[in-house]
Design a protein around this ligand. Structure first.
Ligand code: FAD
Length: 567
């Protein structure tokens, strides 16, 4: 029976091609061996949830002083970080620092936490220099200088990129390489953190599922949530399948406060082809001079904003959404047009995008590219101070899952990779400082058999998740209003009731855990969006179309289903 269940479970995970062949599965090979004869208990200094830029940068810092276990739901290269294309914004020349700060503040529409932004732009160059020393290869000019490009809402060219449009993959590669040199860092790939453990009024560890659905308990001095965003909550997203908001939902379950959950950035230009994933058409294309055209061939952004195609993301995304809504709600296509950029070798400058388009018979230099907005980046998340501390002892957060307020209501393009480096390192330092004297627990857990869902369960679960995505797109997407948000809440409550049936039947696995997380995050977005009765940054209310600084120059704070606004 055990074997049968195991093989069913294993079949759920189709083998993936890893970019890094040196897969660090040793820890779990050891633990899988352990499961034959022990109680599946792991003890480590610090537990890091996530192997994107924030988690890996933190792990390297933590490993200077302690043992670290990094868990990641799939292979090390499967994260939002890996898919980042355009680049990393950084003021490598000292006199650009104030301008980077100003651009960050301006993009955030009044809500940026200025202290956090100051740390981002001043510590950013140090973190990037260090990354280059660790082996990150950013693109360079012929004279060896770092190549810098400009993106939307940046006043200067300050975006470093790697291999044209594969910046995230290079950052991920170099951080993995740096982490691998630390014998104190262990990785558990294909491992899902499914519950945080509380003891003595602090977080003492977590429960994990391995890829065969066996449950483990990890005891640690503290846990860092660096589990990224939640784009999968929406039917249209640029985010990979792992971005289901698990870290945010699990933190909220143990009492962590969430901030600014109404601010979801919709990237204006994801590829829009039927049956094809919403592959990102990077901002850098518009930075290079690409136009946006409607189905009548007009450059509609010129009339919308003085910066035209380089206007802030939220402005461009809403303009595309409005442009695309034809009579009777029929969606009309909107296109990116690079045909006039004859001075640039577009295939060389954007090799990844060009190759992806070619697979779909689109020539980046010769054809119009159909695009539409898609959920891209969560400005909100687990509320933290400037050192990753949450309001729950022993629980820290960094990167996209966290909210320091550094992006305010709208993130400046290419600031999030930098955020991961800066605040990942800061959170790790705080963990070491705060928790050095904390004893790692050692209690024993009962052995639990792996429990898998039947194919019928799985089908039902996927249907529910797809329904949630559509609900969120329709009711909490680019253009919001009270009636729609309330409808969304009712649908999410029904969704939660359906999920409860699986739990009542004693079922559990990675997908069910993700489904719960997505429900929790969806609810947080809806509640926070309802409470903010104004329009600001990425949050647009048809029924409150103006910014209201008197009431809302504040961050939303969600705790136990209640939203308050705090300075
Ligand atoms: C297509 C795309 C392009 C982008 N382009 C840019 C860009 O050019 N510049 C820029 O600055 N930003 C860009 N971004 C945003 C940026 O990539 C992310 O915000 C950033 O990389 C987030 O890093 P992170 O470390 O917080 O999380 P991620 O990189 O998303 O990593 C999250 C990690 O958590 C793990 N995880 C999640 N849940 C669990 C669980 N339950 N158990 C165990 N592990 C879990 C995942 O497996 C993953 O390893 C882009 C994003 C996308 C999707």
């Amino acid at each position: 029976m055990d074997k049968q269940i195991q093989s069913q479970c294993s079949q759920r995970f189709t083998a993936r091609k890893f970019v890094e062949r040196r897969v660090l599965a040793s820890y779990f090979m050891e633990v899988n061996f352990m499961k034959e004869n022990t109680d599946r208990i792991i003890r480590t200094g610090y537990l890091v949830m996530g192997a994107g830029v924030a988690g890996l940068r933190a792990a390297v810092e933590l490993a200077e002083n302690a043992d670290v276990l990094v868990v990641t739901k799939e292979g090390l290269s499967e994260s939002n970080t890996h898919y980042a294309q355009g680049g990393i914004a950084v003021a490598m020349e000292r006199d650009d620092v104030p301008a980077h700060l100003e651009d960050t503040l301006a993009a955030g529409d009044g809500l940026v936490n200025a202290e956090a932004a100051e740390l981002l732009v001043t510590e950013g160059p140090l973190r990037v220099t260090e990354l280059i020393e660790w082996g990150a290869r950013f693109d360079r000019e012929r004279n060896g200088e770092l190549m810098r490009t400009r993106e939307g809402a940046h006043s200067h060219p300050r975006i470093l990129h790697a291999n044209g449009d594969a910046t995230g993959a290079e950052i991920s590669r170099s951080l993995v390489a740096a982490a691998m040199t630390h014998p104190r860092i262990k990785f558990a790939e294909w491992t899902t953190l499914a519950r945080l453990l509380v003891g003595n009024e602090r977080i003492v560890g977590a429960e994990l599922y391995d890829r065969e659905n066996y449950l483990y308990r990890v005891h640690a001095r503290a846990v860092l949530i660096a589990a990224g965003g939640a784009g999968q909550v929406y039917s249209d997203t640029t985010n990979p399948a792992v971005a289901t908001g698990d870290g945010i939902a699990l933190a909220a379950e143990v009492g962590a406060e969430l901030a600014d959950m109404e601010f979801y950035q919709f990237h204006p230009t994801a590829l829009s082809l039927p049956g094809v994933p919403r592959f990102l058409m990077s901002e850098a294309l518009r930075g290079e001079g690409a136009y946006l055209r409607n189905d009548r061939g007009e450059r509609f952004m010129v009339a919308q904003h003085p910066l035209a195609e380089l206007a802030p993301r939220d402005v461009v995304a809403r303009a595309i959404a409005r442009e695309g809504i034809g009579e009777g709600g029929v969606t009309r296509p909107v296109y990116l047009d690079l045909r006039h950029l004859t001075d640039v070798d577009l295939h060389k400058r954007f090799p990844g995008i060009s190759a992806f388009l070619a697979q779909h018979e689109i020539d980046i230099a010769k054809d119009l590219i159909p695009v539409r907005p898609a959920a891209h980046y969560l400005m909100g998340g687990i509320r933290t101070d400037l050192d990753g501390r949450t309001n729950v002892r022993g629980l820290y957060a960094a990167g996209e899952a966290a909210c320091t307020g550094v992006h305010g209501a709208n993130r400046l393009a290419s600031n999030s990779l930098l955020e991961g480096l800066v605040f990942g390192a800061r959170a790790a330092k705080a963990m070491l400082e705060d928790c050095a004297g904390v004893e790692v627990g050692s209690e024993h857990a009962a052995i639990v058999q792996p429990i898998c869902l039947t194919p019928a369960d799985e089908e039902k679960l996927e249907e529910l998740i797809a329904g949630l995505g559509k609900t969120m797109w329709l009711n909490a997407g680019l253009l919001r209003e009270e009636s729609r948000l309330r409808e969304g809440l009712i649908a999410v409550e029904e969704y939660a009731r359906e999920l409860e049936k699986f739990v009542e039947a004693g079922k559990g696995n990675r997908r069910l855990s993700e489904a719960h997380a997505m429900g929790g995050v969806a609810r947080a977005i809806l509640l926070s969006s309802l409470a903010r009765t104004e329009s600001r940054g990425a949050h647009y209310r048809n029924d409150f179309p103006h910014r209201d600084d008197v009431k809302f120059l504040k961050h939303s704070n969600l705790s136990s289903d209640k939203v308050e606004f705090l300075n």
